[in-house]
Ligand binder design. Sequence first.
Ligand SMILES: [Ca+2]
Ligand SMILES: [Ca+2]
Length: 162
Amino acid sequence: METAIWQAYDGEVQVLGIINTGNQNQLEFFVEQNSLTFPILFDPGSPGGVQGGDTYDLYYMPNDGSPYPRDFVIDQNGILQYANNEIDTEWMLYVLDELIGNNILPGDLNNDQQINVLDVITMVNIILGETPTDEQFNAGELNGDGVINVLDVITLVSMILE
Ligand SMILES: [Ca+2]
Ligand SMILES: [Ca+2]
């Protein structure tokens, strides 16, 4: 969590730990031992034991005995996109990349996982004045000059013809 997400997605993903101990020493020991630098929040209502806490109860999942803490990913609109009580960093990273738009295939402006004439049409419409979504812009800005114009059309067409 610390290195794979908090440090890797610096500024793009907010990581919060929620801990259910009310014991400050225990908390500091945990933070130090794991070299955590993301904020750790205390779960109110916690009796200070192994389980409990209001947040813990609200987000409870039957855990089949897994001792691993629960992981949640909440998107830009506050919608829960990932919930797991087993560690699955690869899946979490995939979900984060989807939300941030890192999984976009260059040239795939209509996000159908194919690069073809439909993407050219979308790109031409953008050049003619249609406002692109962030995803469309990222998929269509192919030569890294910060604008979508005829140079990107040329690149896109040559990608299709390859
Ligand atoms: Ca496409
Ligand atoms: Ca461009």
